[in-house]
Design a protein around this ligand. Structure first.
Ligand code: HXC
Length: 257
């Protein structure tokens, strides 16, 4: 499929999606979100893809939902059509997604970064939930995921005032896994994604599922869930291969079997 608002490429077992509406700082309109969902469907269905990188431009990961598209909306349509449902496709992706964030990640841009599994930030990245300045509020999980990521005090100040975080603050607060120089962002993201993509897909997907379960359940239930998945991995050929490779002092060669 030809896309107008994103660029899609593959590099070995890594799928790369680049948000590409430069004139609007990658503002997330319905067409872009639809294309993002389509690209994720394709990568998820492709056995040759083990991890996905989601990125934007050097100036903007995404400056939020498209304000011009939302401006005329009225409540009945926002409720009945619930355009935000299509945004949730990213959070339902079962393969790992690494957000490589440079420049603005504001509003819906910050929210889609937080739907990813790992956020790598360039040193020029800026994270914020400025919706309050538009007379609205975060609507794609921002008030929930941000609060879980950095705690109530910091999330509340950001959501209530629209204050943005520098990359260094986002790192210190635990919103991102680390900060890298802008020029190295893409290479670093590809390196992380490549490392993950070469591992056993079942163990990678179960690990993602298990870490995410920590946000949704009690500690006891989460630990039980983890235990069952851990045990299930002993039914894979990759477990035998991984452990044989260790004892034979060689690198593993996983077959996703
Ligand atoms: C539509 C946007 C946009 C957006 C930028 N643009 N952000 N268009 N929706 N969210 C457009 C501008 O209108 C402008 O187009 C072009 O991109 C360049 O932006 P400038 O403002 O000229 O650039 P600059 O002065 O460098 O300022 C950058 C900025 C600012 C600080 C990021 O653009 C900004 O504040 N943007 C809005 C950020 C925001 O409020 N995001 C939250 C949106 S609500 P023209 O045609 O004029 O050149 C949201 C809700 C999510 O995300 C809820 C879930 C669905």
């Amino acid at each position: 499929m030809a896309y107008d608002n994103i660029l899609v490429e593959t590099n070995g077992r890594v799928g790369v999606i680049t948000l590409n509406r430069p004139k609007a700082l990658n503002a997330l309109n319905a067409a872009l979100i639809g294309e993002l969902g389509h690209a994720l469907d394709a990568f998820e269905a492709d056995a040759g893809i083990g991890a996905i990188v989601l990125t934007g431009s050097e100036r903007a990961f995404a400056a939020g939902a498209d304000i011009k598209e939302m401006q005329p909306l009225l409540f009945p349509a926002t409720y009945t059509e619930d355009f935000i449902t299509s945004w949730e496709r990213l959070s339902r992706c079962r393969k790992p997604v690494i957000a490589a964030v440079a420049g603005y990640a504001l509003g819906g841009g910050c929210e889609i970064a937080m739907m990813c599994d790992i956020i790598l930030a360039a040193d020029n990245a800026r994270f914020g939930q400025p919706e309050i300045q538009l007379g609205i509020m975060p609507g794609a999980g921002g008030s929930q995921r941000l609060t879980r990521a950095i705690g109530k005090a910091k999330a509340m100040e950001m959501c209530l005032t629209g204050r943005t975080l520098t990359a260094e603050e986002a790192d210190r607060y635990g919103l991102v896994s680390r900060v890298v120089p802008l020029a190295e962002l893409r290479d670093e993201a590809m390196k992380v994604a490549g490392t993950i993509a070469d591992l056993s897909l079942a163990s990678v997907m179960m690990t993602k599922e298990s870490v995410n379960r920590a946000f949704e359940t009690t500690l006891a239930e989460g630990i039980r869930f983890e235990r069952r998945l851990f045990q299930a991995l002993f039914a894979t050929a990759d477990q035998k291969e991984g452990m044989s490779a260790f004892t034979e002092k060689r690198g593993p060669s996983f077959t996703n079997a």
